[in-house]
Design a protein around this ligand. Structure first.
Ligand code: GDD
Ligand code: MN
Length: 380
């Protein structure tokens, strides 16, 4: 938790390393939710402590008076309530939840939103299901029998949510096996199943992050009805959507082999700006040879942008952007210059046919370019 300043936890909540068995820590990320806090804490008070010992940890990035409202409302709660206020919020909603996971002291942790869209009455059931099924993760799902997404306002949001769920399930068929609602923000996880150090949260989809990187061994689901937001408005935005795509790319390319495949796909997509550039430049009357050379740079720039944002997002700090771009462009153009002599060598010295020699040269220069990019552009 170094690097952040937290307001002191409410007395009564002590951070101990040994989890309290059979108890639950409810982690609630909040961003300007002052109008929802009292109602949420009242609902938790009615639904949880009689069935399950609990504590509540708010991880707050608010710019309004939410922390004060929480501390005030906590006076009436029959369980410990803590506020971790982050002065420098990193990782958005997901980053906040990870701070809460680290601070939790119970055997079970339930993550839920602070705007009353997630019914606290389900908290004991999530934990009980986990105990019964001996599961490490229990997801509250809108997409199984008995669940619904009633509170997802508007057909636009429904369509986006559907598409995102489908894409995510297609990208991680094995890791998300048995999870019908990987976009859910409401779930219970065993504290022992959380590998906090391995997590790189980025934005809203913290359940996805946990399912893919912490790999809980057994998962179960419980249906739930996604309620309407009580007060205020959703903080998700188009920018959050872009963040989600970057998050997916980061998760999907965690292994070197997957990263190489991503590199290849991005490289192939570079044909589009390359050809478009060639068309435009020759249409402007440029001779095709300089046009080819210039158009190739369009492809290089396109590839560079995608690679920077999707593949090596967390490895950019060692060099300045123009240094990285220069090195990347050099590698990409060396690739072109190398290919012809390499083909000549394969045909002349090793007696290969022109076609297999070209294919082999393409593969070799591709691997070289990938290895070179990793080692010379994105390593210190
Ligand atoms: N600490 C912190 N920092 N909390 C945040 C941040 C942040 O940057 N952004 C949002 N929150 C809090 C909100 O205050 C709220 O308690 C909760 O996270 C959910 O945010 P909403 O803005 O209400 O999200 P939503 O309703 O659009 O999305 C919810 O439903 C989606 C499914 O449709 C979330 O649960 C998503 O995770 C979920 O995928
Ligand atoms: Mn919400």
């Amino acid at each position: 938790m170094s690097g952040h300043e937290y307001t002191a936890p409410v007395p009564g909540l002590e951070a101990v390393e040994v989890p309290e068995p059979g108890a639950v820590t409810i982690v609630v990320p909040t961003f300007n939710e002052s109008a929802n806090i009292r109602r949420l804490l009242r609902q938790i008070t009615e639904a949880v402590p009689a069935r399950l010992p609990c504590e509540v940890v708010f991880v707050d990035d608010s710019t309004d008076d939410t922390p004060e409202v929480i501390r005030d409302a906590a006076q009436d709660c029959p369980f410990p309530v803590a506020v971790l206020h982050r002065e420098e919020p990193v990782g958005g909603l997901g980053g906040a939840v990870v701070e809460g996971l680290k601070a939790a002291t119970s055997e079970w942790i339930v993550v839920m939103d602070g705007d009353c869209q997630h019914p606290p009455s389900l908290v004991p059931e999530l934990v009980a299901t986990g105990e019964r099924a001996n599961a490490a993760l229990v997801v509250a799902s809108r997409y199984i029998e008995g669940g619904s997404r009633a509170g997802l306002a508007g057909s636009y949001r429904v369509a986006v949510s559907r598409g995102a769920t489908w894409l995510t399930k297609a990208l991680f068929p094995r890791r998300l096996h048995g999870i019908s609602d990987p976009m859910s923000g409401f779930f219970a996880i065993r504290r022992s199943a959380v590998t906090a150090e391995a997590l790189k949260p980025l934005g809203y989809k913290i359940l996805l992050e946990l399912a893919v990187r912490s790999r809980p061994r057994q998962v179960a689901e419980v249906p739930f009805v996604f309620q309407d937001r009580f007060a205020g408005e959703s903080k998700s935005s188009a920018q959050e959507g872009l963040r989600f795509l970057r998050h997916l790319a980061g998760l999907r390319t965690a292994s070197p082999v997957a990263r190489m495949v991503g590199f290849g796909l991005i490289g192939a997509s570079g044909f589009v700006p390359n050809l478009a550039g060639l068309w435009a430049l020759t249409a402007l009357g440029l001779h095709y040879v300089p046009a080819e050379i210039l158009a190739n740079q369009f492809g290089v720039a396109w590839n560079f942008l995608l690679i920077e944002h999707l593949l090596f997002r967390d490895r950019r700090a060692h060099r300045r952007w123009w240094d990285r771009l220069g090195r990347f462009a050099l590698l990409a153009n060396a690739d072109l210059v190398l290919r012809i002599p390499l083909i000549a060598l394969l045909v002349g010295r090793f007696g290969m046919g022109a076609l297999p020699a070209t294919a082999l040269a393409l593969v070799l220069t591709f691997v070289l370019r990938f290895v070179g990019t990793e080692a010379l552009v994105y390593l210190p």
